[in-house]
Design a binder for this molecule. Sequence first.
Ligand SMILES: [Zn+2]
Length: 179
Amino acid sequence: MENKFERCKNYILGHRALVEKGFEILQPLLKDYLSDAEMELLKSNIKVHDESKFSSDEFFARVNYYHGEKSEENLKKLKSAEEKHKTTNPHHPEYWAAKNEEMPRVYIVEMVLDMWTFGLRDNNPREIFDFYEKNKDEMPLLGSSRKELERVLKMVDVAIDEETHQKSKNKVHKPCENV
Ligand SMILES: [Zn+2]
């Protein structure tokens, strides 16, 4: 039996695996968007995506709320851990807003991959567009960061289309046989 600590750890690792999955799908389209050096940086960042969730303050705040009592006190601690997570991790726009800087492309891509994980998990890859519509006004994006984010979202759209097309092609076996 998994205990609550293992469950929390596995959730974080499962989330990271979904970020990696999204990257695999999007990678061919990113080749014209990121330089080689940025692509290498993105790959190494993805390998440790959300590593700070294993730090004791973030980890126990998550365990106590998600796998423990949903009390007011635990929620307060979770919210403050989340706030800290966002301002100390460069794949969140809050990190750059606090520095009053535009978000570099490599982190915009990681943010989009992060947003995509829920849809990928639930077999509903287009959920990311609803998520963006619902949350876009709360994202503190400076300068051209929003335009860049929407460019990457467009790539996700193309990647989903290509995947769907590929899958339906694979389903058709020997199309001429039945004609
Ligand atoms: Zn994060």
